[in-house]
Design a protein around this ligand. Structure first.
Ligand SMILES: CCCCCCCCCC(=O)SCCNC(=O)CCNC(=O)[C@H](O)C(C)(C)COP(=O)(O)OP(=O)(O)OC[C@H]1O[C@@H](n2cnc3c(N)ncnc32)[C@H](O)[C@@H]1OP(=O)(O)O
Length: 434
């Protein structure tokens, strides 16, 4: 039996946990939308974003729309101090995805197992995160924002529910929770209506970066002033998150040797795969109930059509996440041989924008397993057919739980061993959170 709830109330972020215990009308200390503004319909989020930046709705007009944005350079602040500070509640938004009350929108969200496509939720979270940042940086006197706000990082998404129902309304809430000079951390929560009450489905932390109108240089954003001890705690957590990310990246196995404990793990795996009948380092044997890592991957190709562009005429980050998630899910499904459920998404770094027209190559790899859990890494790169160059654009980390216990994935080469250890590090970090 799988646990139906993978996280527990006391481990939820305080804002969400208190929201739930206070009957879900809003976050404490943040405005209750039922008293003032009504929540935004999910279909209006992207429309609002297009209006805010003046994005074209037709691809043929996109060059002109970008030209018009150049003139907005003069509206950029020279120093962060010149921008008025904002409070957390200034950027607080609620969005409704009315799967229960408007059945006609269900189709887009439905998967064949009669639950909600998580890839679609990733797209909605990405758009909402950007809208929250535009709300934080909004200047009343400016009809168009000079900022190009892009997703830099999905720090983490932890799910509390195994299944997202396709016939119950969903509510997203979120606000800016920390601000640097040009970057903003956004915390979002997703809840689903059951028997008159909203219960938590997931919480997510994204980092967005503001750039100039042409998306070429970083641009300052309004400072954030915490207003209560609780908000100070949230802000401090944002600061700690930044430090944690730096530490994690400094200790990356691409830069540093594994720890002594990790080296032992790798050597134990190596010893466990030696063929005892031959006295050779080369002769390797797969232990029972195991799969070589090289046999635990799937690949996909995506042509990036204009339809998938974002408001800055690059490929929409949510679309990239959806495609990577779906390949990650398929990789876990074909590996485990039963239905996998997403538990966590972490540390998705958007290293480079993906241009419209790119050939996007996605590689899904099972890199770590434990009991019913499968840790999948999806590497995405663009391939330029003219120059024959490859560039990594993203690395995605997904943790799945499978219906049945899964075989152990076993690395053979040193490179695979590093992937295995990296997967183990991500898995351990996820397990600490849920
Ligand atoms: C159809 C309608 C659809 C509407 C949807 C609208 C949503 C649009 C959202 C998107 O789709 S965005 C598309 C997906 N994202 C990208 O394509 C971004 C690709 N990556 C980049 O362009 C650059 O890597 C990025 C701008 C994110 C960072 O560039 P740099 O590495 O040159 O950053 P820089 O060193 O100048 O640092 C700028 C800030 O970013 C922060 N930063 C950079 N990378 C980061 C990271 N990985 N994590 C956290 N913070 C990061 C950095 O700390 C710093 O913050 P502070 O100024 O506050 O100190």
């Amino acid at each position: 039996m799988l646990p139906t709830r993978l996280c527990i109330m006391r481990k939820l972020p305080s804002v969400l946990a208190r929201t739930l215990t206070s009957g879900i009308s809003g976050s404490p200390g943040l405005p209750d939308m039922s008293e003032g503004q009504s929540p935004i319909h999910v279909n209006n989020v992207r429309r609002k974003l297009r209006d805010i930046v003046g994005a074209s709705t037709n691809w043929r007009d996109h060059v002109q729309a970008m030209q018009e944005r150049k003139a907005l350079h003069t509206l950029l602040a020279k120093r962060q101090e010149d921008l008025p500070p904002r409070r957390m509640k200034d950027s607080y938004l609620e969005v409704i995805l009315p799967l229960g009350s408007q059945p006609e929108i269900r189709e887009k969200y439905l998967n064949v197992q009669n639950s909600v496509r998580f890839g679609r939720i990733l797209e909605d979270l990405d758009s909402l995160g950007v809208l929250i940042c535009y709300t934080h940086t909004k200047q009343e006197m400016q009809p168009r924002s000079p900022l190009s706000i892009v997703t830099a990082l999905v720090d983490k998404i932890n799910l509390c529910q195994k299944i997202i129902h396709p016939d119950c309304d969903i509510k997203f809430t979120g606000n800016v929770s920390w601000v640097g000079k040009t970057s903003m951390e956004v915390k979002m929560h997703m809840l689903q209506l059951h028997d008159g009450d909203y219960s938590p489905v997931l919480d997510a932390t994204f980092v967005m970066v503001a750039r100039d109108p042409e998306n070429t240089r970083p641009a300052f954003v309004n400072p954030l002033i915490p207003e209560s001890p609780e908000e100070e705690e949230i802000f401090k957590q944002g600061e700690l998150n930044k430090m944690r990310r730096i530490d994690f990246s400094t200790a990356s196995l691409l830069k540093m040797a594994p720890t002594a404990e990790e080296r032992n793990i790798v050597h134990d795996i190596f010893l466990n795969t030696l063929d005892t009948r031959t006295v050779s380092f080369k002769s390797r044997k797969l232990p029972p109930n195991s799969v070589w890592m090289e046999d635990a991957k799937l690949k996909a190709l995506q042509i990036c059509h204009p339809e998938e562009r974002n408001i800055f005429n690059r490929i929409f980050g949510g679309f990239l996440m959806r495609k990577a998630f779906e390949l990650g899910w398929a990789t876990a499904c074909s590996y485990g041989g039963s239905r996998p459920f997403i538990v966590s998404v972490d540390d998705i770094m958007f290293q480079k924008p993906v241009e419209v027209g790119s050939l996007l190559l996605l590689s899904g790899q099972v890199c770590y397993t434990e009991n019913n859990y499968i840790q999948v890494r999806v590497h995405s790169e663009v391939y330029n057919a003219n120059t024959r160059e490859h560039h990594t654009t993203n690395i995605f980390h997904f943790t799945f739980i499978s219906e049945n216990e899964v075989p152990q994935v076993v690395p053979k080469t040193y490179g695979e061993s590093m992937l295995y250890l990296d997967g183990k590090r991500h898995f351990t970090a996820v397990m600490k959170e849920i």
